[in-house]
Design a binder for this molecule. Structure first.
Ligand code: XMP
Length: 512
């Protein structure tokens, strides 16, 4: 296993992705994690990530010394390379030749990292993002690649197995980057690359049994990928010691609640409490127009209803959650000051703290697509495992303005048509999220011989890898007009359809 020490780069998670794709288990910790913890992790190699700080600036962060004393290979990337250089006796200077984005390096000498991909004399494309550069190598190192702006774009100390790369091998814009990382883990560090989802399933089942013993576990099920996979995995480990609570807030899409119940109760034989609380939620949301107010209302009620159902069950010893790795990575921030809350994503806000239960979180180490792979391993239907992300507050944040049952009904029907057409065109898996938004405006139209004065809806479809940034999905016009015709003809009450072409940023994926 490999430990990645994070200096705060935007792309640190991608290092972990590339390693795990090659069957190497790894974790990301902040660079200043407790040295005793780092030692206890017993890494077979360390990777030092990039980061926004500048080494020549006095008190910029450094890797803990034990990293260089552990006798295992170390790879420094970008900022990590420069920190490593400075710490081992080299020199780093601010450079007036800043390199950002696509760049080229000239391979100077053979290196274990380059084996099978980069040969001396070749010019290779990489992705750079830095303003500093190494000007003197530490003792024991040799330069293995250069770039226009930097004589030491890559360097190596073969004896100690320390390597430094000024560019980012983890991003797709460094075409052979994944192979360079694989050479580091497999060839240099001797990782076997035998970490698989089947193996993960077995170890997690054993871990859950050990943690829970004969205790009772409750799990909030939403029908989303994460809670579904967590529930099925935990059920496989402890059977009827698990009860799932499905709080149905009445803001789900058409047919969704029934599918959740059918799948988990009938197919997986999981004990499931289905609480239809739609009246409660809709009453509380009556007249609420502010997006954050909607989220708070839904979050608060969710906790209340969940607690009520848990009490009816006589309580439990553990609360299971489908927390994923991106939620738990301790983030490193150098910007200082509080970050601005754009939207609060607190669907289960405060539940664990309030209920004072111990947590079972079997997916804490996984990325989203790994959770999907585990779900397939557990035979969870593709309709659940492959589904687009869906926000906790559901359709409430897809109806700008006040929510009513009638509006929910219109939105569900438009949304169903849009998704039917996307599936029929074979586009579902190419899209990160697609949905309809019911707009709080009425517009004039003409149907048959009559004038209509009905509502408008917007269609939204984006591609993304993590929801943090997103691009508009480029449907062709024929597709969009087909969807528009169907919605206007089949959903009485909507007479106009628009397509939202805003990327994120500056837009967000949801309208509220
Ligand atoms: P935005 O709209 O912020 O959304 O670009 C990014 C991702 O988060 C989802 N989202 C939410 N998920 N509770 C959630 O569980 C929320 O309140 C919430 N708001 C947005 C959104 O669907 C997208 O996947």
């Amino acid at each position: 296993r490999v430990l990645i020490l994070d200096f705060g780069s935007q792309v640190t998670q991608l290092i972990a992705r590339r390693l795990r794709e090659n069957g190497v288990y790894c974790e990301i910790w902040p660079y200043n994690a407790d040295p005793d913890r780092i030692r206890a992790f017993a890494a077979s190699a360390f990777i030092l990530s990039g980061g926004p700080a500048s080494v020549p600036e006095g008190d910029s962060p450094r890797a803990p010394d034990l990293v260089f004393e552990a006798g295992v290979p170390v790879l420094g990337i970008c900022y990590g390379q420069m920190a490593m250089c400075a710490q081992l006796g080299g020199e780093v200077e601010q450079s007036d030749h800043r390199e950002f984005g696509r760049a080229f390096v000239d391979v100077a000498e053979p290196c274990a990292l380059f084996r099978g991909v980069w040969a001396p004399g070749a010019r290779e494309q990489v992705w750079m993002s830095h303003g500093d550069r190494v000007t003197r190598l530490p003792p024991g190192f040799r330069a293995v690649a250069t770039s226009e702006g930097a004589p030491y774009a890559a360097f190596a100390d073969d004896k100690r197995r320390f390597y430094g790369l000024m560019f980012h091998p983890e991003v797709m814009h460094t075409p052979h980057g994944a192979q360079l990382l694989r050479n580091f883990t497999h060839e240099v560090a001797g990782c076997r690359g035998d970490w698989t989802m089947g193996g993960f399933r077995e170890t997690q089942i054993a871990r859950i049994r050990e943690q829970v013993g004969s205790g009772r576990v409750i799990c909030g099920l939403s029908g989303g990928v994460d809670s579904s996979v967590a529930a099925v995995l935990i059920h496989e480990a402890i059977g009827d010691q698990l009860t799932c609570i499905f709080v149905d807030h009445g803001l789900l899409r058409a047919g969704e609640a029934a599918e959740v119940v059918k799948t988990f109760r009938d197919r997986f034989n999981i004990r499931l409490v289905h609480r239809d609380a739609s009246r409660l939620f809709l009453d509380a949301l009556d007249g609420v127009t502010d997006p954050e107010e909607k989220r708070k209302t839904i979050g608060r009620l969710f906790v209340e209803v969940f607690e009520e159902e848990a009490t009816k069950l006589g309580g439990a010893d553990f609360l299971a959650q489908g927390t994923l790795y991106p939620d738990v990575i301790e983030s490193v921030s150098f910007t200082g000051g509080p970050s601005v809350t754009i939207k609060s994503h607190h669907n289960v806000g405060g539940l664990p703290e309030r209920m004072r239960m111990r947590l079972v979180e079997p997916l804490r180490e996984l990325f989203k697509d790994e959770v999907r792979a585990l779900g397939r391993e557990l035979d969870i239907p593709e309709s659940i495992v492959g589904r687009h992300p869906f926000p906790g507050p559901g359709l409430a944040i897809r109806i700008p303005g006040a929510i009513t049952r009638e509006k929910l009904d219109l939105l569900r029907r438009a949304d169903t048509i849009f998704l039917e057409e996307i599936r029929a065109a074979g586009l579902y898996d190419a899209i990160w999220q697609a949905f309809a938004v019911l707009l709080p405006v009425r517009t004039v139209g003409v149907m048959g011989d009559g004038r209509t004065y009905d509502m408008a809806c917007a269609l939204r479809a984006v591609t993304s890898t993590d929801g943090m940034t997103a691009d508009v999905y480029p449907f062709d016009m024929a597709f969009l007009t087909r969807v528009s015709n169907r919605i206007v003809n089949e959903v009485r009450g909507i007479n106009r359809v628009t397509y939202d072409v805003t990327s994120k940023p500056p837009g967000t994926i949801e309208w509220e």
